[in-house]
Ligand binder design. Structure first.
Ligand code: B12
Length: 422
């Protein structure tokens, strides 16, 4: 038999113009490709960039799906299956709703691909494909994963293909987050030597760590940051603001070549009781300033719509951000993703407006808020975004940061996506 051919598909909910060049390629499919035995030939299709080759000659089709992509993933899958092709669905949405996904696939992978994927491919070639492959939810320990296959993206233009994870998992278990359901309730880190060896294959171009919280376990992150010093990398990532309580961690971060860090503040301290990430002895303003003063761009993410948020939350948040002065604020509408405690709560209370997954994307209201109407939440979110990106606010943020041109550029890019509220 000639080499078996695998098509991996990243479904797109809408087409993007030139902005697609600023996107990151799917790390999920990069890791699935890395876990694929080398005797398979792999073709990657990113629907943001190209059409799905429904007439292509493939033995097996693998499709990834976050919740907002699920409907499109099912459409693609149904069409391939109607032509007699075998389709496997994996990723976050099939992991939390495997029965729903199973109605559109020959097999569903629940959880991480690495422990089950090679076995699934072997079963397929032997004509013994099973309907479900379930990876156990990891329970601590070391993270051991192959280096991502960057070659599968060749020929497409992305912001960078130098993406990786040093860790997976998170112990916080926030009610609105799905991560612990498949990556586990503890930080699992790769060996620092392994991360540094992968980084050594990267050029000076932008590198992005796609960990949930690269500094979640500072003791395990520090050797990685220390090893990156002098490598000439410029990188960005995501972390919990609390790491900035440790001045050494902030210094190592700046010295390692970090140019920007995304921090999930989610809500002002004390605004809602069940957020385990707050509760530091330092104010958020102080922690943000510590990072910003090193020249690292701090992007702070805020979420609107928690049960203790009334109509006044938007104004209070804008004022709070004026005080904290992150380099960039971003705003999201609370979204109860299936599989989370929040989803179960709202579903149980009859507060979900619908289950049209394609609208579960942080930019639309899909539930009844407790202290305002869905319209008020939507309008308030739009107004807050607009307010935060007015010129005086941008100038105020840019002026108090070292590295003003970079800060200005980031602000302009963010401002570009924001329209005036109706
Ligand atoms: C990095 C990241 C991003 C990056 C994406 C970079 C990229 N292109 O890869 C950016 C910042 C762009 C981003 C944007 C968004 N994100 Co995001 N993101 C993450 C984060 C932190 C890590 C994702 C990741 O790369 N993981 C690493 C890979 C290797 O893991 P994985 O995707 O789970 O894949 C593994 C398995 O699921 C499985 N698998 C996956 N696909 C497939 C397919 C097959 C065939 C098989 C067999 C297996 C398989 O195997 C993989 C390897 O083990 C997660 C949080 C998290 N812990 O997952 C949120 C997360 C995925 N994002 C989320 C959301 C909501 C979004 C946005 C919609 C938010 C917004 N409105 O801005 C957008 C959507 C962007 C889009 N493309 O449409 C949610 C998704 C919730 C849900 N139920 O769908 C998450 C889970 C955050 C959260 N805690 O709620 N995100």
């Amino acid at each position: 038999m000639s080499r078996p051919r695998l098509l991996l598909v990243y479904p797109a909910t809408h087409k993007l113009g030139w902005v697609k060049r600023f996107q990151l390629p799917s790390l999920a499919l990069k890791q699935v490709a890395a876990a694929t035995p080398t005797d398979w030939e792999i073709v990657l299709v990113d629907e943001v960039h190209e059409d799905v080759p429904f007439d292509g000659n493939f033995d097996l089709v693998g499709i990834t799906a976050m919740t907002h992509q699920a409907a499109r993933a099912y459409e693609i899958s149904d069409r391939f299956r109607s032509q007699g092709k075998t389709v496997v669905l994996g990723g976050i949405h099939p992991t939390v709703l495997p029965e729903e996904a199973g109605r559109h696939a020959d097999a569903v992978v629940i959880g991480e691909a690495e422990p089950v994927w090679a076995g699934l491919l072997g079963d397929f070639l032997a004509g013994k494909l099973q309907p479900v492959y379930r990876a156990a939810i990891p329970d601590g320990g070391q993270l051991s994963i192959p280096w991502g296959r960057r070659d599968i993206f060749s020929g497409k233009q992305y912001l960078t293909t130098q993406t990786l994870q040093a860790s997976r998992g998170c112990p916080y278990d926030c009610p609105f987050c799905i991560t612990t359901n498949y990556f586990g309730k503890s930080f699992r880190y790769r060996e620092p030597e392994d991360v540094l060896a992968e980084l050594a294959t990267f050029s000076g171009k932008l590198t992005v760590f796609l960990d949930d919280n690269i500094l979640g376990d500072a003791a395990r992150a520090k050797p990685i940051l220390a090893g990156m010093r002098g490598m000439g990398l410029k990188w960005g990532g995501q972390a919990n603001l609390r790491f900035a309580e440790d001045p050494e961690a902030v210094r190592l971060l700046a010295d390692s070549g970090c140019i920007g860090i995304f921090v999930g503040i989610e809500s002002m301290a004390g605004e809602h009781a069940n957020h385990p990430k707050t509760g530091s002895r330092y104010s958020q303003a102080e922690l943000i300033k510590r990072i910003r003063d090193t020249g690292v761009v701090v992007e702070a993410s805020m979420i609107f719509g928690f049960d203790d948020h009334d109509e006044g939350v938007f104004e209070r948040t804008v004022r709070f951000l004026e005080e904290c002065k992150p380099s960039l604020p971003t705003f999201h509408i609370l979204t109860p993703y299936p599989g989370t405690a929040l989803f179960d709560q709202f579903d149980g209370e009859g507060r979900l407006l619908h289950k049209d997954w394609s609208r579960y994307d942080h930019g639309q209201v899909v539930f009844k808020p407790k202290l305002m109407t869905p319209e008020q939440l939507y309008q308030g979110w739009q107004q807050a975004r607009w307010e935060a990106y007015r010129w005086p606010k941008i100038i105020d943020r840019v002026m108090q940061s070292p590295g003003k041109p970079v800060h200005l550029l980031y602000n302009l890019l963010r401002r570009g996506g924001i329209s005036r509220p109706q």
